[in-house]
Each structure stands twice: as structure tokens, then as C-alpha cells.
Write a protein that binds this ligand. Structure first.
Ligand code: TPP
Length: 564
């Protein structure tokens, strides 16, 4: 009984294309692919039993190595569980090569086990979906399979990267017996020669005219992985033209000087003061923004022109006033823009934003200092202590507190699942990062997000370079902050969904070092312990005397009255 040579060719093509990291989940239907990949000398693999976790771990790995990671699972609901991570990868433009083993097509809807409609099952959240022919040994089928695997790899990593799905119907036998296992190094490899996009002189002169016609130009960065080219280009355009650069906490511009990082505070002011701050030319790049006030402000005060820099053909009109799509890499665009637009020695507009920034920075620091121990203060203490770490912030309030406080240049990079803002994979994504490099990784997370994704540690891999700060307010604390839910009598039961778990058993289950504190002093002490080396991940659970609800209302009010 033998496994088709074409299945081995799939692994060989991936290996020769440099796609040689695999995250797989157990099953029988996927056994031929499992063995084809894991027996290949060039492959490394991680076995993760929970497919939802496997998806997010692969996402974190792909984000870290900036290269497609292979995901593999068996047929049935196993495949559906890749869905959440695939949608996050789609919106964050992260390359994943998703293989789902499947029953032969004639068995779908025939009451056969683990048989669901997998063809195109992720079509709304992948760049491309493919289904391989069920009989892979006919010469034309082999040619088609070779071509599809090459095309899928190219599609996942070129243009705007993203997830690509290959559904693989497989007949029995699924397990080899006395078969010689040879990879055919002569498999066809299709190379894609990436070009660097730029604009014609005609387009540059149009943009130059718009630039010249604008008095108040603003550059806004949404979610973006750290890029030294982009930081260098923006630093130059800012000093050359005195145009303010607003960087959301997930824009990874924190290692740039003079960026405006407290837009949530600055734009939380009375409306009357915001009028003066609105731009007439807005230039944006990157993905989602965390700051709600910034989004509302840019929608409220539409500029005459809005350029969005992103290598894509479909418009992302987050502020409802998009006028230009510039399909270029932002780093390349801003470095070329410096050669096209005139230098400006000084600008009151630039100075105004710098003044707002330093005032807001002072304001948030003094507000945090005088509070009783709470999540906001805890995040402030943690962020000030964190040095040379890759920071991961979970959705809900942790990412919002990080955005309000701002992060220091000592933070290597920041990651957050802001593509879809789910709380279901924040821990697994950080685990994926930590499994790919020796850097120190720090995750700041809420309790719902951590316990929801506790299977992120249900595997055999030790993660000594992962440190976790758990802000345990026993439920979805964010709902105690939002005007809508906090006024409902059902708040605690139906929105906060109060929960009683603490992390002691969690840490024990997964052999982690456990630390605990419930005040600022002990937090500072425990943080130095947290960053000590251990042979497994370490978790510091932080508890709070009271809820943040009223403190947050006070904070918002302080933004409004900041000029009185
Ligand atoms: C998968 C998923 N389910 C539900 C939600 C809705 N949601 C947003 S925040 C939140 C509560 C998160 O609680 P926790 O992680 O403890 O953070 P906290 O609000 O306390 O900061 C929920 C349920 C979501 N974003 N993602």
C-alpha cells in the first residue's frame, strides 16, 4: 500500500520554495500529508492538537518570520477551527498556506464521518481557494497539483500577502506500508519575480500639486509591523517638511522621535478645540487604528484630500473621505516623497501638534499616578519596566491602555490581533512568535482572553521566552467602561460575564512559573522576577481592589476639561 508520489511532491515543492515550517493537527485523513511534510529533511514542525490554537500559532509564526507557514489538519470541523486565525491573517495581510485534508467528493453529504463541505470553505477570508484532484497520479492531475501548489505559495506571499487555502481530497490507503520514501528534487518550481512599484512622473506631479495646495498636512499610521525603512523614511519626511506624524500604538512608530502618540487623549478634548486640529491633506498607511477618538475625528472633519498608501486595488476608506489609493509600499512611498516635495524649516501647525502631544503625555502620566491601584496603572508600571521585549497586547482593554499610555522605544516591536479584534487567539499568536525566535516576548492580557485561549499551552513545547501579565478583573471589564452596557441592569451577567477563575491551576497545568500581586508596590517587585529566566513560560497574575468603571469616566472627563 503506498502514498502517491504526487503527495510527496507537494512537500518537495514547498521545501524548494522555502516554505518549510509546518503547524499540524492530528488526524487520519491528513496522514499522507502529515508524513510527507514531517519526513522531509528540510521541514520543521509543531504539533498542536487544538486546530483553533494551531491556526493562531501559525499566524504568530508567519508574522515573526514574514514568510508563509503551512497549516495542516484532517477533515471535518477540524478545518472550520482554522477559520478565526485565517480571518485575522486575511485582515492583517499575513501569509498562510492552509492544507485541509478531505473525504473524496462523492462522500460529502452521504452521512460519512468527518465529511463536511470544505471546498471554498474559507473563500471570504482567503486570497485564493484551490481543490486538488482526488486521483493525483494521472499525469495531467500531477501537472495540475504541481502548478496549484506553486501558485498558492506565490499568491500567499506576493502583492498584499495573505492566507491561501488548498483542500485535498484523499482516498485510502492513508498510511504507507513498506514504501520507499523518495522526494523527487526535479519537481517543477515556478519563481515569481517581485517588482518594486513606483509612480509615473505624471502621478507624482499631481500629488505634488495637492501637497502644495495644502496648509495642514497630517500623516497617520495604522497597524503595521515594525519597519526600519519606514521609520527612517518618515523621520526624514517629518524633519524635511515639518509634517506631524500620528502613530497609533500598533503602528510600530514608537522608535521614531517626535511622533504624536497620544491621539486618544488629544482628540478627547472639547469639540470646539478640535476644529483647529483638522488637516486639509491626510496621508494614511497601515491597517486598523486602536484610537476611537482618532477615527471619529478624521471622519468628523474630512480633509480636502486623503491619500491611503497600500499596495492594494480595493479602497480601504476607514474615515469615509478617501480620494487617492497609492498602491506602493509605505516605506518606498515616503522616501520618494521627500525628493518631490519642498523642505519647510518651521511650521506653527507642526509645533501645535508637538505641544498637544507633550501636554497629553503629561496629563495621562499625572492622571495614572494619582489613581488607586487599577488596570490602567498596572499597564503603566508594566510598560515602563519592559525593556528589549517584543510586546503582545490582547484585545479589549489591554491594547487600549497601551494606546492611552504609549510605549517606549525600548520595546522592540508590538503585535496585536487588530485585524478582527477577537479575544480568542491573542495568547496563541504570542506563543507562535515566541516559538520562532529567542527574543523575550511579553503578553499583557485580560482574563477572558487568556482563559478562552488556554489551549495555547496544550502541547509539548516549552516557551521559556514568553512572559505573561494577566490583568484579572474576573470578566470582560471593558463592558463596565462603555456607556451602553454599563447602564444595563444585566451588565454583570450578560456583558461582563463575571468569571471566578484565577491562574494558579492554569500555571500548574502547564508547568509555568506563577507570580501574584494586587498592589503597585508588589507589581514592581514581581516584574523583576517575571523577567528572570525559567525553563517554561512565566505568568504574573494581577488582581485589583475595584473595577475601573468610575476611574475611566473620570479619565474621559479629564480629557474634555484638559484646557480649563
Ligand atoms: C472571539 C470573541 N468573542 C467575543 C468578543 C467580544 N468581546 C470583546 S472584549 C470582551 C471581553 C474581554 O475580557 P478580558 O479579556 O477579560 O479583557 P477586559 O475587558 O477585562 O480588559 C469580549 C467578550 C470578541 N472580541 N472576540
Amino acid at each position: 500500500m503506498s502514498i502517491s508520489q504526487t503527495i510527496l511532491d507537494i512537500a518537495e515543492i514547498c521545501a524548494q520554495q522555502g516554505v518549510n515550517r509546518l503547524v499540524l493537527s492530528p488526524g487520519s485523513r491528513n496522514a499522507p500529508l502529515t508524513l510527507a511534510f514531517s519526513r522531509h529533511p528540510k521541514f520543521s514542525h509543531h504539533l498542536i492538537s487544538d486546530e483553533r490554537v494551531a491556526g493562531y500559532v501559525a499566524l504568530g509564526m508567519a508574522q515573526s518570520v514574514k514568510h508563509p507557514i503551512i497549516l495542516l489538519c484532517t477533515s471535518g470541523t477540524a478545518a472550520l477551527n482554522f477559520g478565526p486565525a485565517i480571518s485575522e491573517a486575511f485582515y492583517q495581510h499575513i501569509p498562510l498556506l492552509v492544507f485541509t485534508a478531505d473525504r473524496p467528493p462523492e462522500w460529502i453529504d452521504q452521512n460519512d464521518g468527518q465529511a463536511i463541505r470544505q471546498r471554498n470553505v474559507f473563500e471570504n477570508h482567503v486570497k485564493k481557494s484551490f481543490e486538488l484532484p482526488v486521483s493525483p497520479d494521472h499525469k495531467d492531475a500531477r501537472w495540475q497539483i504541481h502548478r496549484i501548489v506553486n501558485e498558492a505559495i506565490i499568491s500567499s506571499s506576493t502583492g498584499v500577502p495573505g492566507p491561501v487555502h488548498i483542500n485535498v481530497p484523499l482516498r485510502e490507503p492513508l498510511y504507507p506500508s513498506d514504501q520507499s520514501w523518495d522526494y523527487n528534487s526535479k519537481v517543477p518550481i515556478i519563481k515569481f519575480r517581485q517588482t518594486n512599484k513606483t509612480l509615473s512622473q505624471k502621478h507624482w506631479s499631481c500629488l505634488k500639486d495637492q501637497w502644495a495646495g495644502a496648509n495642514k498636512i497630517l500623516i497617520v499610521g495604522g497597524q503595521n509591523p515594525y519597519s526600519s525603512t519606514l521609520v527612517a523614511a518618515l523621520t526624514h519626511i517629518q524633519s524635511h517638511t515639518k509634517v506631524p506624524v500620528l502613530g497609533d500604538v500598533v503602528s510600530n512608530l514608537h522608535r521614531m522621535t517626535n511622533t504624536v502618540r497620544h491621539s486618544e487623549v488629544i482628540l478627547g478634548q472639547e469639540d470646539s478645540r478640535l476644529e483647529e486640529l483638522h488637516p486639509d491633506l491626510l496621508i494614511s498607511f497601515g491597517g486598523n487604528l486602536v484610537s476611537k477618538n482618532l477615527k471619529l475625528f478624521l471622519r468628523r472633519y474630512p480633509p480636502s484630500n486623503h491619500w491611503h498608501i497600500q499596495d492594494t486595488e480595493f479602497p480601504t476608506d476607514t474615515f469615509q473621505n478617501l480620494s487617492e489609493i497609492i498602491p506602493m509600499d509605505p516605506g518606498a512611498f515616503f522616501s520618494q516623497l521627500s525628493d518631490v516635495v519642498p523642505s519647510v524649516p518651521e511650521s506653527a501647525w507642526y509645533q501645535r501638534w508637538q505641544t498637544e502631544e507633550s501636554r497629553a503625555c503629561e496629563q495621562i502620566n499625572s492622571f495614572v499616578k494619582i489613581q488607586q491601584f487599577c488596570e490602567l496603572q498596572a499597564v503603566d508600571i508594566v510598560l515602563k519596566a519592559a525593556k528589549k521585549v517584543h510586546l503582545h497586547v490582547a484585545n479589549s482593554t489591554p491594547v487600549r491602555w497601551a494606546d492611552l499610555i504609549g510605549i517606549a522605544p525600548e520595546i522592540i516591536e508590538i503585535s496585536a490581533n487588530r485585524g478582527t479584534s477577537g479575544i480568542d487567539g491573542c495568547t496563541s499568536t504570542a506563543v507562535g512568535h515566541a516559538l520562532t525566535n529567542g527574543k523575550q516576548h511579553l503578553l499583557i492580557t485580560g482574563d477572558m482572553a487568556l482563559f478562552y485561549d488556554r489551549n495555547a499551552f496544550w502541547h509539548q513545547y516549552k516557551i521559556p521566552n514568553l512572559k505573561i501579565v494577566l490583568l484579572n478583573n474576573h470578566g470582560g471589564g471593558i463592558f463596565r467602561l462603555l456607556d451602553g452596557p454599563r447602564k444595563q441592569p444585566e451588565l454583570e451577567e450578560l456583558f461582563v460575564t463575571t468569571q471566578s477563575l484565577s491562574a494558579v491551576n492554569f500555571a500548574q497545568d502547564f508547568g509555568m512559573k506563577y507570580l501574584y500581586c494586587n498592589n503597585a508596590e508588589d507589581l514592581t517587585k514581581n516584574l523583576s522576577q517575571l523577567f528572570e529566566p525559567y525553563d517554561q513560560a512565566c505568568i504574573l497574575e494581577v488582581k485589583f481592589p475595584n473595577h475601573m468603571g468610575d476611574i475611566y469616566q473620570e479619565l474621559k472627563a479629564s480629557f474634555k476639561n484638559s484646557y480649563e
